[in-house]
Design a protein around this ligand. Structure first.
Ligand code: ATP
Ligand code: MG
Length: 345
């Protein structure tokens, strides 16, 4: 494991700040925050107008003096001060007071697999600004694997795929550590973008930036696989006239449009399997791949992976919160460490 379980057990709260959503687990209280990583700022005064769900609803509908922004981009905190203000608001006064009362506040956070030192520093600094005296960083892949109940500590291979908004991370784990891993900068956002572009080019239709989840609309049912519905009706705005219009979109064409970003994900999985020792690959053939992260819910993605890799693919029970729940389990001491040398213990 990246940090010792002993250190994690001493943490008071854990944070998973993703490109799409921010989640906070407080020891003894459970998951207390699960909100979009969005803030709305009054540009005249610099004050915060809204955070989370409410700020996200404002996207694309604000007058000139309100700016909606995301302090986390591509899985990295790009605006530390804004991230701190967002976290403070999301936690609320009561929870912050509870945390402040701890004599030496300790925090845990998960960071993307190959986060560079600068990105790690940004995470640490954000939490130090919130009053943490010490911050432990855990690889998202490990936290997510623990969170979905994979037997991470045993000497057998488990394969996990974290499908986030900004990136997809794939790894083979054994004995509590990462054997091989790959981070592909393609996630739910890229897939959504591919669909928006497709509708724009093929049908001259613009989708409202939010409220409509473009993907869900286009692929309702099991659209990613050839067995889904043949066409879907989509409402949007005509690119030229600006008037409301609805079109019937061929789902096969949408499937082709999102194939490009998904090919990169398949390449990444292939690379991880190629780099993995043969003994572990044998384990994977029975156990398969566990998918977690919000984009694991993309309709038909699991089936597509099953066809491409030929090994079983499972989706975790609550894929979106696996990483933060994994951190929570480690904080609460629910994970037993593996004794690598039991005779000496
Ligand atoms: N039911 C769903 N169907 C399809 N996509 C979904 C669904 N629910 C969430 N998503 C997508 O999942 C993504 C969010 O996933 P998640 O919450 O894991 O992201 P994140 O942790 O904030 O991002 P990252 O880990 O990449 O920084 C979004 O792109 C969203 O569109
Ligand atoms: Mg995430």
């Amino acid at each position: 494991m990246t940090v010792s379980l002993e250190l994690l057990r001493r943490c008071h709260f854990a944070v998973d700040m993703g490109a799409a959503r921010t989640r906070v687990y407080v020891k003894g209280a459970g998951l207390v925050v699960d909100q979009p990583s969005v803030v709305a700022v009054n540009t005249r005064t610099g004050g915060l107008i809204a955070v989370g769900e409410f700020a996200e609803k404002m996207t694309g509908k604000t007058p000139g003096y309100i700016r909606v922004q995301r302090p986390i981009s591509g899985g990295t905190i790009v605006d530390i001060e804004m991230a701190q203000r967002m976290l403070r608001h999301l936690l609320g006064d009561k929870m912050r007071r509870t945390l402040r009362r701890k004599p030496r506040l300790r925090a845990a956070a998960c960071t993307p697999h190959d986060a560079d030192p600068l990105a790690q520093r940004a995470t640490i600094e954000t939490l130090v600004g919130l009053g943490a005296r010490r911050v432990e960083l855990v690889d998202t892949l490990i936290a997510a694997a623990v969170g979905c109940g994979l037997p991470v500590e045993r000497p057998e291979a488990t394969m996990i795929m974290v499908c986030g908004a900004a990136a997809t991370q794939v790894a083979v784990l054994s004995l509590g550590s990462i054997v091989t891993a790959e981070r592909i900068p393609v996630g739910g956002e890229a897939v959504d973008h591919a669909i928006v572009q497709h509708l724009r080019h093929r049908h001259e239709l613009m989708l409202p930036s939010q409220a409509v989840r473009p993907l869900q609309l286009a692929l309702s049912g099991n659209g990613l696989t050839p067995h889904g519905p043949a066409s879907t009706e989509i409402h949007g705005r005509d690119v030229a006239t600006g008037l409301a219009r609805s079109v019937h979109v061929d789902t096969a064409a949408v499937r082709d449009a999102i194939q490009t970003p998904l090919t990169a994900v398949l390449d990444g999985i292939g690379k991880v399997l190629r780099d993995c020792p043969p003994d572990l690959v044998a384990d994977l053939a029975d156990r398969g791949i566990m998918m977690v992260g919000g984009s694991a819910l993309l309709p038909g993605l699991d089936q597509m992976l099953r066809q491409a890799t030929g090994i079983p693919v499972h989706i975790a029970e609550r894929p979106d919160v696996c990483a933060v729940q994994g951190l929570g389990a480690m904080l609460e001491g629910r994970i037993d460490p593996l004794l690598l040398d039991p005779l000496a213990a």
